[in-house]
Design a protein around this ligand. Structure first.
Ligand SMILES: C[S@@+](CC[C@H](N)C(=O)[O-])C[C@H]1O[C@@H](n2cnc3c(N)ncnc32)[C@H](O)[C@@H]1O
Length: 279
């Protein structure tokens, strides 16, 4: 049965239209958590909605309602537990990998699984890779599982996400390749003293501010995957202007090899990615 069918008897047509029906389910067949956006007008019906989700998806043990946008350095949001277990730690399965995480304590997006696979497909044999803003290490683990690489450093500032990254590296048996490090990329990257073949910068709101750090770890031929947020009407313009300025300042030559829309990022906004090769 679908959630819509289940709710049709509990909500009016008007209320159903207002409900943001798309929700995320993070976890496994054994235990999962649902995350949903419910508009204020439907607050009174929140428990009914959560019950419908748990009735249709038997593996969902808790329903969380988004209560704020993502905020702060750790990119976390507030949630309200509508129904179910207080313990929202889950083992999420994706692309043959397993990620242990609590969505209330760390950033994780199930919607980015295709992007993780797409990046992994670009990786060449024996590459040395730097993943800035690594989170619970989904990018490094998907890459390490799919490709034969040399080393992947995953730098993350949220101690809880770093703790999960270590557990996930062990869970996925990629400890010979993936090295999670706790700290601010601005402090940690220079200490690694390496030049990388590929650098991932998955912090859309601010990644460009760390281009100088990425460039200090790059060499001729390094590919940088720079994520950003742009208005729909001029998709890549803002981010490209920022890159031009930053590169000029740092006296670096580069070529943009790909521009991509990744995912919707709010009303008329997109998460985008620029793939840049250092010349
Ligand atoms: C958008 S999330 C992406 C996480 C992960 N790459 C993923 O795809 O699930 C950005 C992450 O960068 C971390 N972060 C923010 N500023 C940082 C910094 N200066 N140094 C290291 N990590 C940082 C946040 O804690 C957050 O986990």
């Amino acid at each position: 049965m679908s959630i819509e069918k289940e709710l049709r008897v509990k909500l009016t047509e008007e209320e159903l239209k207002k409900l943001v029906k798309s929700f995320d389910i993070i976890g496994s067949r054994e235990k999962a958590v649902a995350i949903i956006e419910i508009p204020d007008e439907l607050s009174e019906k929140k428990t009914l909605i959560a019950e419908a989700i748990m009735k249709v998806h038997k593996n969902v043990v808790a329903v969380l309602r988004k209560k704020s946008p993502r905020k702060g350095t750790f990119r976390l949001r507030k949630y309200e537990l509508l129904l179910g277990e207080k313990n929202t730690e889950v083992l999420h399965k994706e692309s043959g990998c397993r990620f242990l995480l609590d969505p209330r304590k760390v950033y994780f997006s199930v919607r980015e699984s295709a992007e993780r696979l797409r990046i992994s497909e670009k990786v060449k044999e024996n590459e040395k890779i730097l993943v800035m803003f690594g989170g619970v290490a989904p990018y490094p683990i998907v890459i390490a599982k799919k490709r034969d690489v040399n080393k992947i450093y995953s730098i993350e500032i949220n101690p809880k996400a770093h703790e999960y990254a270590i557990k996930n590296v062990l869970l996925n048996k990629v400890g010979d390749v993936v090295i999670p490090i706790l700290g601010d990329v601005r402090e940690i990257c220079p200490l690694i003293r390496q030049k990388f073949d590929r650098i991932l910068m998955p912090l859309p709101e601010k990644a460009y501010e760390f281009l100088d750090v990425a460039l200090s770890c790059s060499k001729k031929g390094t590919i940088i995957h720079l994520y950003g947020v742009s208005e729909e009407k001029n998709l890549f313009d803002d981010l490209e202007k920022k890159v031009v300025l930053e590169m000029k300042k740092l006296n670096k030559k580069y070529k943009t090899i790909e521009r991509r829309k990744v995912l919707p990022f709010g009303p008329r906004k997109w998460k985008v990615c620029l793939d840049i090769r250092i010349l």
